[in-house]
Design a protein around this ligand. Sequence first.
Ligand code: ATP
Ligand code: MG
Length: 175
Amino acid sequence: MMGKLHVYTGDGKGKTTAAMGLALRSLGHGRRVLIAQFLKDGRSGELAALRTFERATVYPAKPISGFVFAMTAAQKEEAAKQQNAQAADIQSEAERLCPALTVLDELNVALACGMVTRENAERLIDAALAFGDVVSTGRNAPEWLREKGDYVSEIVARKHPFQTEKLAAREGIEY
Ligand code: ATP
Ligand code: MG
């Protein structure tokens, strides 16, 4: 193993932004980074910014449509098939790019809701660890991933404006 595994989990704000901050830190030293996002649509502001770096590869997102809990069994199966295929494809990208850092944003959530299998996730993580550090973010990281992690950080939400003042997600802050 060349790198260390970081697991950023918990219900507080700051998991994805911490991972993207690490990507920026690595890029600042001229290193190559691969950033991939599970479940989401890839429209968050930091991805547009990171795409401007020559040494950054932002894997094109393949979002799932709608919430997993609202899906029928067939829709869930289809979404899982597609997210597992994405995991395999990201692995190929890592093997091609040999990145010093691989960010797997929201992989924890994809695992927790059965969209990516443990087997596929471990294969991807281990492949990327051969080249550098790997970050897996998202709530509800499974126990095996917390055990596998070298850096395991749990962010606890003590207050969030969504709860305290019903504030909607803000551009440039939440996405
Ligand atoms: P960030 O991307 O800001 O670092 P995160 O990755 O830790 O946050 P996620 O769980 O991925 O958090 O949630 C994405 C966005 O949803 C966050 O920007 C956050 O502010 C918002 N959010 C987090 N917790 C809550 C909550 N309890 N209710 C509503 N929105 C929330
Ligand atoms: Mg996040």
